[in-house]
Write a protein that binds this ligand. Structure first.
Ligand SMILES: *Cc1c(COP(=O)(O)O)cnc(C)c1O
Length: 223
């Protein structure tokens, strides 16, 4: 199946209101262009700031670039001028740097806060309690150039769909609970990738991030 056919098949399956980010990391700009022209896809996701910047520079400017991977503070400057949504904000420190870089570029950057719900194999993201306390202090309101649009999470890598479902449901619950402290723009819940997007959608995801199911396996040796 071509990437265009795979993408269209996923689109047909997703309920209205669930956005699809095509995760193009490790794939060349031509692969992005195929979906851009062949399927009208505009939202693409990348994990590495330099790769994201290089693709931004090489490709049409109406593409919406999503930063979905772990982001170091010293790399924010590469993507701040154009990034559409940063999914992976895991600390107040990173939020402060994004705010500063957004201001330098005269714009507001939309972000999601990444919640840690998977098992012990991963440590990335806010603990649920810690995040709730942070938002309730309203400390984030000091950042005039970031807009916190919602939450993102990665479920445990497991064959146990029941466990993934419990993890996703916890994030959905937290998302609904935190709306009160974040306002009406808090409307995005980024949950689900190739192996678990169906579970994620059942649990209330509003945005899925899908790579391999569209583009095939990644070859990291080519990057
Ligand atoms: C790579 C990546 C994806 C896409 O993974 P697939 O399994 O290829 O769909 C989704 N989310 C994040 C955070 C990623 O790093």
């Amino acid at each position: 199946m071509s990437t265009v056919e795979s993408l269209n098949e996923i689109r047909r399956e997703l309920p209205a209101g669930v956005a699809l980010v095509a995760v193009s990391k490790t794939h060349p700009p031509e692969a992005v262009m195929e979906l851009y022209t062949g399927a009208g896809q505009r939202a693409f996701g990348e994990s590495r700031p330099q790769e994201l910047k290089a693709k931004y520079e090489a490709l049409p400017k109406d593409i919406e670039w999503h930063m979905i991977g772990n982001l170091q503070t010293n790399k924010v400057k590469y993507i701040a001028p154009f990034v559409k949504l940063i999914h992976s904000v895991d600390s107040d420190k990173l939020l402060a740097v994004i705010d500063r870089e957004a201001k330098k570029n005269g714009r507001t950057i939309d972000v999601l806060l990444e919640v840690h719900v998977a098992g012990e194999e991963s440590k990335i993201g806010w603990e649920e309690q810690e995040l709730a306390e942070y938002l309730k202090t309203e400390a984030h309101k000091a950042y005039g150039n970031v807009s916190i649009r919602g939450l993102m999470a990665i479920a445990s890598l497991t064959e146990d769909a029941g466990q993934q479902e419990r993890e996703f449901k916890r994030v959905r619950f937290l998302f609904d609970e935190l709306k009160e402290f974040t306002g009406p723009l808090f409307d995005t819940l980024s949950l689900g990738m190739t192996s678990d997007y169906r579970v994620a959608v059942r649990c209330g995801s509003t945005m899925v991030r899908i790579g391999s199911l569209i583009f095939g396996e990644r070859d990291y040796s080519k990057v």
